[in-house]
Each structure stands twice: as C-alpha cells, then as structure tokens.
Design a binder for this molecule. Structure first.
Ligand code: AMP
Length: 238
C-alpha cells in the first residue's frame, strides 16, 4: 500500500493507459455529477471512484490518523491536503485492479468491473477505465496525481449556476445526512471552487483537456451531451 512518504518522493506515475487503468475523467462541481457518474458507470462500465466518498469513509474509519483533519476540512468546504486525497485514490485504484484480477482468475475472463456495479446495458468498452469524481480540485493535486499516480485523459466539468446548485444542495441536505449540505458550508464550498478549483479547470482547458457540459438542464439532456462529448474525445474506443 502506498504511504504518503512514498508518494512525496515519487516522480513517475504507477499506472498508465497500457496498464488498463488510465484515469479518464474528473467530474467537477455539485451539478448532478453523482447522477451522471452513475449513468456513465451503468452504460459504459467505468470504475467509479469518488474523492469525496473516499474522504468521508476515511473520516469515519475507526482509528484513522486523518479523521479529524478531514472532518474539519469538509465542514469548512476546504480542499483536503493533497497527500491524503491522492493516497486514498491510489489505494482505491489498486484495490479495484486487484479485485478485477481476482475476478479474472476465477472466471477466466478479463472483467475489470469487478469492483463496481456491473454495467446494466449498452457499450462496455470502457471497462477498467477509471472515472474519478470530484477530482482534481486544486492545482497541486492535479500535478502530483499525474506525476506520481496516473495521467488523465481529460476532465469532465459540469457547469451550473450557483443559485441552481444551492437549491439542489439544500434539497439534498434534507436527506443526505452530510454535514456540509447546509447554507453556510455550501457558500464556503462555492468560494473554494472559484478561488481554488477554477484555476485547475483553466489549466486543463489550456491543454484542451476539459470537456465542459451545461448542467442546469434536465439530467437526460446532460447525459446525452456527455455521451456526445465522449464520442468526440474517445472516438473508436467509445
Ligand atoms: P463532494 O463529495 O465532491 O461534494 O466533496 C465534499 C468535500 O470533500 C469537499 O468540499 C472537500 O472538502 C472534500 N473533497 C472532495 N474532493 C476533494 C479533492 N479532490 N481534494 C480535496 N478535498 C476534496
């Protein structure tokens, strides 16, 4: 298992497209990205990892060295220090690949979706490709992740006006049980997005690695637009 010291000293990525584990997408902004990720997994068999979910799981893990720190950052809508987030992602990628390899041993087939929902329908040519949700959100983590873990093909950016996002989040807060789905934390998250995450979108945009999708329209329309953009980007692989 990689540890933070190992990550700090590493300057070459451990995964590549040739390992069958290229990182493809990072959903951004609270604009129904959870729903879109679920639909992408169901349709194409991506291995879906959510940075926020991994952080919440680590926060709640008994005995975690970082539990209190993560809780504090999440409550304040701040970006958790990159080493913690990247190590959690790398571990989850390794686990998913091990599970897929074990599944291959048992079934004799190369089913890289073992760690995630099996695709219900449709094209499954993206089996084994990672869809990383809520990542990257800060410049340092974007650079370090590509340098030490895995280069990304592109970033999927769901764009939505703040008023609509706030409405959706407050609605979600009625049942989510999340400590950060309240008006104060939501405002802090928006500020963090503008100040810290938007520069990352601009950085990837300069390299033509951002797919920007309007998300203030019905979910079916968002999904259709996502599919159309993926076809453009992934061509025959899609
Ligand atoms: P999300 O589940 O994507 O809405 O994220 C909830 C919170 O988790 C964020 O406001 C951050 O505090 C933290 N978080 C999520 N993704 C990241 C990330 N890539 N890097 C650091 N912190 C993150």
């Amino acid at each position: 298992m990689p540890a933070i010291d190992d990550l700090k000293n590493r300057t070459t990525p451990v995964f590549s497209a040739d390992d069958g584990a290229s990182v493809d997408l990072g959903g951004r902004r609270i604009a129904g990205k959870g729903t879109q990720c679920e639909r992408l997994v169901a349709a194409y068999g991506f291995t879906h990892l959510s940075a926020g979910d991994l952080l919440r799981a680590e926060q709640n893990r008994a005995g975690s060295q970082y539990g209190e720190l993560i809780k504090d950052y999440i409550k304040n809508g701040l970006i958790v220090p990159m080493e913690v987030t990247i190590v959690l992602l790398e571990n989850a990628m390794r686990d998913a690949m091990s599970a897929a390899a074990a599944n291959k041993d048992v079934t004799g087939t190369n089913d890289n979706t073992a760690a995630v929902n099996a695709p219900a329908t449709g094209n499954t040519s993206l089996k084994g490709k990672f869809l990383i949700d809520g990542f990257p959100r800060k410049f340092d983590q974007a650079v370090k992740f590509e340098e030490a873990v895995c280069p990304a093909k592109f970033v999927l950016f769901y764009d939505c006006p703040e008023e609509e996002m706030e409405r959706r989040l407050l609605e979600r807060g009625k049942t989510s049980g999340r400590e950060d789905d309240n008006a104060e934390s939501i405002r802090k998250r928006f500020r963090t997005f503008i100040e810290t995450s938007m520069p990352v979108v601009e950085y990837f945009e300069k390299q033509d690695r951002v797919v920007r999708i309007r998300a203030d329209v019905p979910p079916d329309d968002v999904f259709r637009a996502t599919q159309a953009e993926l076809v453009k980007r992934l061509g025959d692989n899609f």
